[in-house]
Ligand binder design. Structure first.
Ligand SMILES: NC(=O)c1ccc[n+]([C@@H]2O[C@H](COP(=O)([O-])OP(=O)(O)OC[C@H]3O[C@@H](n4cnc5c(N)ncnc54)[C@H](OP(=O)(O)O)[C@@H]3O)[C@@H](O)[C@H]2O)c1
Length: 303
């Protein structure tokens, strides 16, 4: 399958790229610099140097591939850049489908769109996103609404991604090694989490299952509280770090709207992914801290 991926140098996208290559996809990756293009070309990827903000740099290629996997994200450009990207990618995939060639478009969202959950949330749970992600359900709907007989559209909602040296869990490992882990609020809230390689496997599975479409949650269903994760990291750390609970008003002042997302209390179920045969190989953060520390060190050494 010929597949275009955006965000292949990021935390989620690099794992998805690895999985696509392992599965035998012919991958084109949109990257922003010739240096990144060179590094990916060495791995057998066809690099496309461009920028999501400039549709002419990728819209033609996007209309020539069997599948588009949109993972790129820029927190500073947020909604605006994501809207340009999905408008361009939807138009490209629609052109391809209209010419009689089947196309697939996978959009990466996240479980934050769901908001706090009173009980374990499935893919059809009504959404109540925090301010930071208030725009995202609309983008999910644009992607889902673009489906036609020849164009299948998929939205993946990962939980907090763990593994490697990037992301919220890796930040905690880094803080622990430096002697102080900061937690927003009391840490009694649940975070749905997913191991990056398991998440990547889901993307491959979705592309390989012609009948899959619609929304797919991706988390390990461990229902871990933030404090479970932090306690396990502290227990494992040689630095014997302190833990500082930052009151929400202070976190709001320091982190802005991200603070509200970090205190979401979410228990999420990934029934639709599991129905495809997707089984996470890692089933919690706390139970895998030793391995995650090793991966963190390896990823930092390789960077
Ligand atoms: N990480 C998580 O825990 C998590 C959880 C749930 C959902 N998600 C969602 O997954 C998506 C990816 O997140 P991530 O954590 O992997 O982000 P990330 O590590 O920050 O990676 C972002 C990627 O987007 C690329 N990018 C940014 N702006 C671009 C532009 N203008 N043109 C082309 N490429 C651009 C970056 O390329 P450069 O290398 O050039 O910067 C990088 O490859 C986001 O939508 C996020 O909300 C992530």
């Amino acid at each position: 399958m010929q597949t275009l991926i955006t965000g292949a140098t990021g935390q989620v996208g690099s794992a998805v790229l690895d999985a696509l290559l392992r599965a035998g996809h012919e991958v084109t990756a949109l990257v922003r610099t010739p240096q990144k293009a060179e590094a990916l070309a060495l791995r057998g990827v066809r690099p496309l140097v461009g920028d999501l903000a400039v549709p002419s740099t990728y819209s033609d290629v996007a209309s020539e591939v069997d599948a588009i996997v949109h993972v790129a994200f820029d927190a500073r450009a947020g909604e605006t850049l994501d809207r340009i990207s999905i408008d361009t990618l939807i138009a490209a995939a629609t052109r391809r489908a209209a010419s009689g060639q089947p196309a697939s478009l996978v959009y990466t969202s996240g479980t934050w769109v769901i908001g706090d959950t009173l009980e374990p949330a499935g893919e059809d749970t009504p959404l109540a996103p925090p301010d930071l992600m208030a725009w995202r359900p609309g983008h999910e709907q644009l992607v889902l609404g673009a489906a036609t007989a020849g164009l299948r559209t998929i939205v993946v909602r990962p939980g907090t991604v763990y593994g490697g040296a990037r992301g919220l869990i890796a930040d905690m490992l880094k803080e622990a090694a430096n002697g102080l882990v900061r937690v927003v609020g009391k840490g009694k809230n649940h975070w749905p989490c997913v191991y990056e390689r398991d998440l990547a496997d889901l993307y491959v599975r979705l592309l390989a299952s012609p009948d899959s479409s619609g929304i797919y949650h991706a988390n390990d269903e461990a229902d871990e509280r933030v404090s479970d994760i932090v306690d396990a990291i502290v227990r494992h750390s040689r630095a014997k770090p302190d833990v500082r609970h930052m009151p929400l008003p202070e976190a709001r002042a320091k982190l802005g709207p991200l603070a509200e997302a970090l205190v979401l209390d979410q228990r999420i179920r990934s029934a639709r992914a599991k129905a495809l045969g997707w089984t996470p190989t890692l089933r919690s953060v706390a139970g895998n801290v030793a391995r995650l520390v090793e991966e963190f060190r390896d990823a930092r050494a390789a960077a």
